[in-house]
Design a protein around this ligand. Sequence first.
Ligand SMILES: Cc1cc2nc3c(=O)[nH]c(=O)nc-3n(C[C@H](O)[C@H](O)[C@H](O)COP(=O)(O)O)c2cc1C
Length: 413
Amino acid sequence: MTDSMSSLASSLANKRILLGVTGSIAAYKSAELVRRLSEAGATVQVVMTEAAQAFVTPFTLQTLSGRAVHTALMDADAEATMGHIEQARWADLIIVAPASANFIAKLVQGQADDLLSAICLASEAPLAVAPAMNRQMWAHEATQANVATLVERGAKLFGPAAGEQACGEVGPGRMLEPDQIVAMSAALFDTGLLAGRRVLITAGPTQEDIDPVRYISNRSSGKMGFSIATAAAEAGAQVTLVSGPVALATPERVTRVDVRSAEEMLAAVAANLDGQEIVIAAAAVADYRPLQVATHKIKKQAGSAQLSLEQTPDILATIAADKGDLFVVGFAAETERLEENARLKLEKKSLDMIAANRVGSERGGFDSSENALKLLWQEGGVELPMLPKEKLARALVQIVAERFDAKDSTKNS
Ligand SMILES: Cc1cc2nc3c(=O)[nH]c(=O)nc-3n(C[C@H](O)[C@H](O)[C@H](O)COP(=O)(O)O)c2cc1C
């Protein structure tokens, strides 16, 4: 794989792509597209219109995607497992390829009379449309006006290409080749918002030894910090990820430094801080550690046992104390008075931003695949709703980039 191909592939790694297939002869190319997207690391959920099934069978696309293809809106079984609203929320990106003239018209009108159109209408995910049709259908002013409306509303237009068509005519209207669609999809995730920036991220819990076999830790899974590292790398940053013990794979294009204790995390952060421009401290660092670490396993004794604790070094405060131009983002995990406590931490530790999240409730927080965050800074803040951590991380990176640029321009003005 060439460098540029591997970077395209990594931008699609772990992305949830909902591929809508509509009634065009080019539907046969969807099979290849499913393969290419999967090879690039994406999870592909295929949704087909009724007409699409006349051109290619759901069975083919199901086999290639490894997931049951969804076709019907009024399907009680599907609604009970992953209904249309859930599918709309699930997707990081919706690609309609091929997009028929009819389906494009339906999108413009906001129709929702089949599964795919209902999902498109109910989703906040970016929408990419790869038209495929006879050149006259494409050239018709109705189609041209519809496409212009979609683009104006923010949809991404992939193609079409010009060339020989299935109907024997020659002209514009051919669907782009699967490779081109994959490349353009990957590029949508490569935002360039942090292009060339150096970002250090901490993630996961720390483990504070009691004796050679026991330790104090917490329920942090590292998912949030790892998702931020992925999103920052996709945004073009050079990312160093200092991680406590977690069971997660290193994101592509990220340099990882593994540590166990708060002390080790501080040392790793200090050793890698030079030249960084942004620090995002998402690790759940233990506040306390045993005063003494027993050299041998502590024996069980009758009655209760006491453990004396001392405070661990405050990594965030240490970074922030001498931060210069460094943009520092902290996390506050709170079980009560979320905003109040987070704002106190923002002030006390002179942070540029704090991401407050409620932990200990039923949804979100530690060891969960989704979360909600309140991002606060001196002059304001923004609330990010309950979302899968990957999506939340992308939204956070976007706001960090905006605030970083705002601070950078004040500094330089
Ligand atoms: C053999 C055949 C090929 C077709 N190819 C296309 C095509 O490439 N593009 C298109 O927009 N419509 C094409 N159509 C028409 C659509 O299938 C038709 O408009 C259908 O209602 C689209 O439904 P859908 O948008 O719900 O998938 C074709 C129809 C037939 C019978």
